[in-house]
Design a protein around this ligand. Sequence first.
Ligand code: BTN
Length: 269
Amino acid sequence: MENLDRTSADVVLPLLNTHQLGRAIEYFDEVTSTSDVAHKLALDGAPHGTVVLAERQTSGRGRHGRSWVSPPGLNLYMSVILRPEMRPALAPELTLVAAVAACEAVRAAGVPKAMIKWPNDLEVGGRKLAGMLNEMHATGDDLHFVIIGMGIDVNMDSGDFPAEIRDIATSVRIEAGNPVARARFCADLLARLENWYDRYLVDGFTPVRTRWAELSSTIGTRVRVQVDSRAIEGKAVGLDELGALIVRTDAGAEERVLAGDLKTLRSKP
Ligand code: BTN
């Protein structure tokens, strides 16, 4: 366990069963944000599949300008550079590709109740254990690269969380009941991400959307989604062909939301 708990290239590479993702690993003890480092590497020409991993982030970033708690030695902070040949408008679909892969990896690590909260948080019983931040770099219709940033609370114990999120956060270790070797988890996650990414390129978005819906804790629940200054409330009824959440409002209208901050008002029974 000790050896397999470091996510440096020398430990992860021998465990890795992928063709492209993670074939180049840049590992750091400390970074501001793995996504910042990945962005710079991508601008410098780093190839598709390059992975940036760090033990600790000093400015870990979440969605909506939030910070991501990133203490050393416990979790996975990973950013993956993807260079898909596709229109920038389709890039949000990759968010759901990543969420499906991460949810399956967390389930396989001993948390069968892990679910996806739209668009790409992982949660167990309403407590969050992972988040993803996907950023694309495009000029007009040219998509240069996408950075998939994944933060997974792997071995945090309840006392490791700051008090303000302790009641709403959890980890793989807390849910599985035992610590998890991070290198093995990381290698498994990259293999699943590559499988789903390849499948997406060959078969399109439909299989991803179907799997996402199976793993979702959001579809069928009553939600409020904040989109800038506007709040949309209603029942989450599905995902459209771009990954937008379809919310049926009480007035009977169907609203499509591609990005926003979602609150679950009533969970599934
Ligand atoms: C969220 O749920 O708001 C998204 C959190 C994403 C956190 C990860 S950790 C690795 C990568 N580097 C960052 O600064 N953020 C992402």
